[in-house]
Design a protein around this ligand. Structure first.
Ligand SMILES: [Zn+2]
Length: 308
């Protein structure tokens, strides 16, 4: 399968880079194995601005954002999802600008019934990088259009990476701010119970069904210039992971999520094996719900899964 990801992206960290007349980006200084070259904070508008994903609680990034805002009014602070590399700076930015914080809800908002049930009954692990204190001043619903000074953003609820994940379509421009749902450098982590692969696939199909999107600006990495191709690649990629997992279990070879990840992810940075294990675990829960695999005990991080 050809790989559409761009791992050569080099941001100008801390500087405002104008991507389109309406959309600028400031990259946060939090590069790392899970964040690639750092979180991308987007500024939408030319007069009063929307700031999308203020980023991690980091002094240098707050200063960089205030420099980029350059005294212009900020009418909205929007959050794609409440992971610690995306939302925590919203409070200090709100204090500095007076703008309200808008998001889908707290970290568990939008969780599926399946994940609610599993989270209540078992040890699923997970909970990586959740901004526990996040609570928006105002909740945004799926499909809601937030109108500002010369811009309008349509919220698209895209649970999967996190249940409260939103993408924002910048109406009239063809651009969509995709947060961590679709990224330019890698596929996203889906770690139960916060992450939900069944929801993730439905959210991918939701984006695939949209018309007129011509570019994605993700939470990490560069612009995705062929959104339709990227979305169909990612749907195929997850389906091929699912086949790899089912093949590994076939013929009576039970295994844990970690054993499967070590067997399947042979070409990744070893630091990413824990994240890969979470992705495999997400597949195993999805497959269990579809009655294709079964666990030897109530579903948990240590459960051994076998073919049904
Ligand atoms: Zn995230």
């Amino acid at each position: 399968m050809s790989d559409p990801f761009d791992r050569n992206y080099t941001p100008k960290t801390g500087e405002l880079v104008q991507l389109t007349p309406l959309i600028g980006v400031v990259t946060a200084p939090n590069a790392g194995p899970m964040t690639f070259t750092g979180t991308q904070t987007y500024l939408v508008g030319q007069g009063a601005l929307a700031v999308v994903d203020p980023g991690p609680d980091n002094d240098a990034h707050l200063e960089a954002l205030l420099r980029a805002i350059d005294g212009r009014p900020v009418s909205h602070i929007l959050v794609t999802h409440s992971h610690v590399d995306h939302s925590p700076l919203c409070r200090r930015l709100s204090d500095a600008t007076g703008a309200p914080v808008l998001g889908f809800g707290t970290a568990n908002e939008g969780r599926s019934a399946v994940m609610e049930r599993l989270a209540a009954q078992g040890n699923l692990g997970g909970n990586e990088g959740i901004d526990e204190g996040f609570a928006p001043d105002r909740k945004i619903a799926d499909g809601e259009v937030i109108k500002g000074d010369g811009w309008a953003l349509e919220a698209i609820h895209t649970p999967g990476h996190l249940s409260n994940h939103l993408c924002f379509a910048v109406q009239g421009t063809g651009a969509v701010l995709t947060g961590d749902h679709v990224m330019g450098w890698a596929t996203t982590m889906v770690s139960p119970p916060d992450g939900d692969l069944t929801s993730f696939m439905a959210s991918m199909e939701k984006l695939a069904a949209r018309d007129g999107d011509s570019v994605y600006f993700p939470g990490h990495g560069g612009a995705i210039k062929d959104p339709a191709a990227m979305v169909s690649h990612q749907i195929r990629h997850r389906k091929s992971r699912e086949s790899q997992i089912r093949q590994a279990l076939a013929g009576g070879n039970p295994a844990t999520a970690l054993q499967l990840a070590e067997q399947i992810y042979t070409d990744v940075d070893p630091r990413l094996i824990p994240a890969a294990t979470r992705n495999v675990f997400a597949h195993l829960i999805d497959l269990s719900e579809r009655n294709l695999v079964q666990a030897d005990r109530p579903i948990s991080v240590d459960a051994v899964f076998f073919e049904k």
